[in-house]
Design a protein around this ligand. Structure first.
Ligand code: PLP
Length: 332
């Protein structure tokens, strides 16, 4: 490979093989290994007109023993099936999703960089039926595939600047907890505006003054030995990274406090002490927020200089992802 995937922009280099299955005549066909270029989509495909798509994002990490292993694939497989159900896309068997992830990892193992690089995996389901008259019903044909992308870190390092949005929601209520393309398109205008006005990296959605998440990451606040984070609702994405960190937190001496988090309270935590505000996600891992901009006012997160908790939580997670430490035995 000529391009170094670790320094190339995240998600622009692709592994040579992917597992794929077509849904035709009412069932998914046996998985095949194909090249990304082997998949073509007709201009009339349902997904291109009516948005019938959902996806997952997980990583496989090179282990200390040299092998390559996906992190919590069962959690991601389950979430993909939940998304497919919500989008009225045909659901593959859970075991087929796991097999597709594992065989894609195996087929691209030699293209997987060492930590902090990894093999980013994109399981995708799209409606492929060629029928522009089918606006009012689900696609009868679909493709499920697992695209692989060798990657380096998503964020360059340093701390992030977020603009808080309290008026517009990130997505519609029925799609808040699914990964579907339109959610990201909906947020683009706001992210572009935040970048143009403030040079911000992302938007933090807090509709009606209740903190939810950013465009593609969950948010946690560490103050003292407490981790506070919004409790799960249907309105935002239930991150596997968030869940994993909350499960590890007690073993690192933190108390977990999941509840509704008002923006006012977040801002007073930031002004009161050296708390840390962190974004969590498969791509972001654990990324510190340095500045929150609300109603034109900059709120600086004092703890972002030291990043003590960010480093501690990230190291604990990465040690499990790379096989330095064992995962808790009850982790699916
Ligand atoms: C994917 C995603 C996350 C993070 O989920 P992980 O499972 O931790 O990767 C958070 N918010 C949104 C909107 C996402 O799309």
């Amino acid at each position: 490979m000529d391009i170094d995937p670790v320094t190339a922009p995240f998600g622009t280099v692709f592994g040579p093989k992917m597992a794929a299955s077509r849904f035709i005549d009412g069932s998914y066909q046996p998985l095949e290994m194909v090249a990304p270029d082997d998949i073509s989509v007709h201009p009339a495909a349902h997904v291109l007109h009516y948005g019938s798509s959902c996806f997952e994002g997980l990583k496989a990490h090179r282990q200390v023993d040299g092998s390559v292993k996906a992190f919590r694939p069962a959690r991601h497989a389950q979430r993909l099936l939940n998304s497919a159900a919500r989008l009225r896309l045909p659901e593959p068997e859970f075991e087929m999703v796991l097999a597709a992830i594992n065989s894609t990892v195996e087929a691209n193992a030699s293209s997987t960089p060492y930590s902090p690089g990894s093999l980013y995996l994109r399981p995708v389901i799209i409606g492929t039926e060629r029928n522009i008259g089918a606006a009012g019903r689900p696609a009868k044909e679909a493709i499920f595939y697992v695209l692989a992308s060798p990657v380096g870190p998503y964020f360059a390092g340093g701390s992030l600047t977020l603009v808080v949005e309290t008026d517009l929601p990130r997505t519609t209520p029925q799609f808040g907890s699914v990964k579907t393309g339109a959610n990201y398109a909906m947020a683009l205008g706001l992210i572009e505006r935040a970048a143009a006005e403030y040079g911000a990296d992302q938007v933090l959605f807090a509709p009606g003054g209740q903190v939810e998440e950013t465009g593609a990451s969950n948010i946690i606040v560490v103050h003292g030995d407490t981790i506070t984070t919004p409790a799960l609702t249907d309105g935002f994405l239930h991150g596997v990274t968030r869940e994993s960190l909350l499960e590890l937190a007690p073993t690192l001496g933190y108390t977990v406090d999941e509840r509704t988090l008002a923006l006012d309270e977040l801002l007073s935590l930031i002004s009161a002490n050296g708390c840390e505000v962190l974004l969590t996600g498969t791509a972001a891992v654990v990324s510190p927020v340095g500045t929150l901009i609300h109603a034109g006012v900059h709120h600086y997160v004092a703890g972002a200089d030291a990043n003590m908790h960010a480093a501690r939580l990230r190291n604990a997670l990465v040690a499990i992802q790379t096989g330095v430490n064992e995962a808790p035995s009850d982790w699916p």
